[in-house]
Ligand binder design. Structure first.
Ligand code: SF4
Length: 183
């Protein structure tokens, strides 16, 4: 009697999400070009700019997070991401330090909104109301949730991003020192 075939290992589940960032980190992720096919071979991409998922799913293995936490909606998302992800990666300087979004912190949200929508507007001066409220400060994601891997750079290079993902999918802690040659 032959042994039944071994159960196949479940494929790792990969997600990316975008909080208060400029999309440059996601553009750099997409710049891995044909290596996206390698990723698709090795993992299920379950949320982010490459798939049309509306809800952040449960049971994600690796989530790359671009951007700082600047609004009530960013905060809701990062808490959900942390709860549903085994490994959370702070991708890029905005996620790691708050970087550009954090430049508003000395002034407070009301002053920033007034400057943008009242003082600098030539028509229809009004502060939008049907958008998520800004938090008092824009903060890096580790201010709210534990982060497993920090990937600095503005943006991190495509080679570095691919190296980090490949390491994590292979079960290795990313060696950012080794990858520093890639920028
Ligand atoms: Fe944009 Fe740089 Fe922030 Fe990435 S780290 S979201 S490229 S400003």
């Amino acid at each position: 009697m032959t042994a039944p075939p071994a159960a196949s290992m479940p494929r790792p589940r990969l997600a990316t999400i975008w909080l208060d960032g400029c999309s440059g980190c996601h553009m750099s992720f997409l710049d891995i070009d044909e290596r996206l096919l390698d990723l698709a071979d090795r993992a299920d991409i379950v949320y982010g700019c490459l798939v049309d998922a509306k809800e952040f799913p449960a049971g994600v293995d690796v989530t790359l997070v671009e951007g700082a936490v600047s609004s009530t909606e960013d905060l809701r998302k990062i808490l959900e991401v942390r709860q549903r992800s085994r490994i959370v990666v702070a991708l890029g300087d905005c996620a790691v330090t708050s970087n550009v979004p954090g430049m508003r912190n000395p002034f407070g949200p009301q002053a920033v909104l007034s400057r943008a929508y009242l003082e600098n507007a030539t028509v229809n001066q009004q502060i939008p109301v049907h958008v998520p409220a800004l938090l008092e400060e824009s903060l890096p994601i580790h201010a709210y949730v534990p982060v497993d891997v920090f990937v600095p750079g503005c943006p991190p290079s495509a080679d570095r991003i691919f190296g980090v993902i490949a390491d994590l999918l292979d079960g290795r802690q990313p060696d950012l020192g080794r990858q520093s040659q890639f920028g």
